[in-house]
Design a protein around this ligand. Structure first.
Ligand SMILES: NC(=O)c1ccc[n+]([C@@H]2O[C@H](COP(=O)([O-])OP(=O)(O)OC[C@H]3O[C@@H](n4cnc5c(N)ncnc54)[C@H](OP(=O)(O)O)[C@@H]3O)[C@@H](O)[C@H]2O)c1
Length: 259
């Protein structure tokens, strides 16, 4: 099957991972301290991965590190990084540290994002626009660029970007967040096409769908949070795309929840 195949399993949200599907894989997760990223870090570790926890609130990263240790999963690593201020040199330093400590990276889950204020484009301040773009688009670009040499060392590497339904069809008042998710889809597709026939790296995106996290509760304050699934309910697709069973799947943007 071609690496840029459009074939995907019909219901990836029903995927059942084997217990050790991520054994011996080293995976970077951004925004690992909370919400979907926290759940993905725990889930990947429970399936055998060594997870590198990237985030800006060290106490949250330490808490999940401890949880992973207590559960007896492979020892995690903490890499504190504020994506809002990080520049290319910070990602080159990250490359150098991870090259020294691990040598090979088998996956990146680009999960961290900020919502920004929801208001009309006409009222959006340019600083605010750039802040959202920096965290949601520039940071994944710079991190991917810096870590590509380590992903190229892997026999089977997977890069997952995180999209949103507002990154596919624009919606009033979702401003830079929506535009950043369109850009994320573009970055994913462009990189996937570039790497399709020259590497062992596949590149896809997940649209989590409405999920009960702090971000969702901020975006929809009037909504009853429990109408939406918790992050652990959307993990099948994350495991599928990060593990060997999705080998050959490339350039896809897939919903984590059924329609
Ligand atoms: N939840 C949903 O319904 C939904 C729907 C569609 C798409 N998504 C996407 O899914 C992903 C995860 O969302 P979520 O709901 O889990 O969000 P969340 O609960 O707000 O968690 C976001 C995580 O990103 C981290 N983060 C934010 N800014 C950062 C920065 N500058 N540097 C480093 N880390 C930073 C946060 O760290 P701190 O905790 O330290 O601030 C937190 O760990 C996002 O890409 C979001 O756009 C979510």
């Amino acid at each position: 099957m071609s690496k840029s195949s459009t074939l995907i399993m019909p219901e990836p949200h029903l995927y059942q991972a084997s217990d050790n599907v991520l054994q011996n894989r080293t995976i970077v997760i951004t925004g690992a301290g909370d919400g979907i990223g926290r759940c993905a870090a725990l889930t990947f570790a429970a399936h055998g991965a060594t997870v590198i926890l990237v985030g800006k609130t060290i106490a949250k990263l330490e808490s999940i590190y401890d949880e992973i240790e207590k559960a007896g999963y492979p020892q995690a690593a903490i890499y504190p990084l504020h994506l809002g201020g990080a520049v290319m040199k910070d990602y080159q330093d990250m490359h150098d540290t991870l090259a020294k400590e691990f040598g090979v990276i088998d996956g990146i889950l680009h999960n961290a994002s900020i919502l920004g204020d929801r208001k009309p484009i006409a009222q959006t301040d340019s600083t605010e626009w750039q802040e959202v773009m920096h965290v949601n688009v520039n940071a994944p670009f710079m991190m991917t660029k810096a870590l590509l040499p380590l992903l190229e060392q892997s026999q089977d590497a997977s890069i997952i970007f995180t999209s949103s339904s507002v990154g596919r069809v624009g919606r009033a008042y979702w401003g830079p967040y929506a535009v950043s998710k369109f850009a994320t889809e573009g970055l994913m597709q462009t990189l996937a096409d570039e790497l399709a026939n020259t590497s062992n790296i596949r590149v896809n995106a997940i649209n989590p769908g409405a999920t009960n996290t702090a971000m969702r509760r901020t975006a929809y304050p009037a909504e009853i949070p429990t109408v939406n699934p918790l992050p652990d309910q959307i993990m099948p697709l994350y495991l599928y795309l990060m593990g060997i069973d999705s080998k050959g799947i490339n350039a896809q943007s897939i919903d984590a929840q059924p329609k």
